[in-house]
Ligand binder design. Sequence first.
Ligand code: GAP
Length: 482
Amino acid sequence: MSTNQNNLPAIISHCKEYGFIFPSSEIYDGLSAVYDYGQWGVELKKNIKDLWWKSMVYMHENIVGIDSAIFMHPTIWKASGHVDNFSDPMIDNLDSKKRYRVDHLIEGFVENLDAEKGAQIIADMELLLSKDDFDGLKNLIVNLGIKCPVSNTCNWTNVRQFNLMFSTQLGSVAEESDTIYLRPETAQGIFVNFLNVQKTGRMKIPFGIAQIGKAFRNEIVARGFIFRMREFEQMEMQFFVRPGTQKEWYEHWKETRMKWHLALGIPQEKYRFHDHVKLAHYADAACDIEYDFPMGFKEVEGIHSRTDFDLTQHQLYSKKKMQYFDNDIDEATGKAYGNYIPYVIETSIGLDRTILMVLSEAYTEEDLSTAEKQDSRVVLKFPIKIAPIKLAILPLMKKDGLAEIAKELMQSCSEHFFCFYEEKDSIGKRYRRMDALGTPFCVTIDHQTKEDGTVTIRYRDSMEQERIHMNDVKEVVMKAML
Ligand code: GAP
């Protein structure tokens, strides 16, 4: 049993043991900061994607979705500023030859200090980062005596910028003009399709375009399991608004997104907003929604007021108009607003980070010992709507026609939600296994089922059991999923 408050190692091994998440290429000793989702992880991931898509696209008449390609014209990344600006300050240790992101190195050092001292160092670091003061950052590292975790020395290079985009070659000839990038964010696929969607969808401002997809970043120090990966998924939405209204829409989306997080059943005190001191090159306001992960409060979602930066840049580089014609009447002038490049509010949430958040929240170790015997269980208390398996159907035994009845129930429920059938092992063992997978309901089919059509339903969190009619099982599960 993990007694450590930072139960990340226990979560990681639980995810591997129970088929949620595996290290990528494991039989070749893995690939750093790359992970594969197993049979239950992929269900959890799909359910979270569906929840987000439903709340953003289906619940908003003025938001539609797209699925743009990962490969895009390389000029897009020049226009967006990623070629020149998508970099992090790095420092190398001359003895170990290891490279570190300066903020991660300092944050790692601060973890072992008392809170007040740590907060002061982080504030100093953020100020230096906001001014791109690389000499100041190096001095901070040297003055604090921060050592390389590998060589244990302070033999540091100067601080330098390092671009995080992966590049590859398009076609067979390795010429410079063929260099393309794996997208570091899904957002640009939305910007370059802004007019396609606006015109074909006859969208009127304000409106949004949502997208879920892979993004790639050559993170130098990838830490924290699926928190910081080199290949990950984002769920992003760009909301196009009339210039001058961006502040109120920024507040609107901050509030709306926080409500989505709270609807996951995670308490308010586990979240906080963190306003950016150093704004990205495209933003006039930005904040993170942070969750209290096992390793402390960290960003799970970013909300950015991106101004008209991206569309203006694409207009400049592509030489194609990115303007929208607004025929609504401006009350101040009595005339139509006319042509303009819209401003954009972006909500950008990491899917893998959301998965780590719900796993951290759900992972529970319970001591069930009594005076007679020692006992414990690990249970994943997922909200029902995102649990990978909703219902486990467990015949007490295979014979006496119990398996046939169970299969019938399975057939009637499977088209409505994901069910799992198991007839091996004792019922107690099967219940524990379902707890470990986060299955909210188990039903047992026994001899009484043959007589009166009732089954035992067992509730994951309370472990209480009751008898209900087999015909009511589907209804009970579906009601709980709402
Ligand atoms: N389009 C804006 C954008 O990409 P970001 O703050 O760099 O903004 C948005 O990323 C979200 O993507 C983050 O809040 C985080 O959840 C997720 N994310 C970013 N880098 C990641 C990484 N290396 N591994 C996993 N998730 C990541």
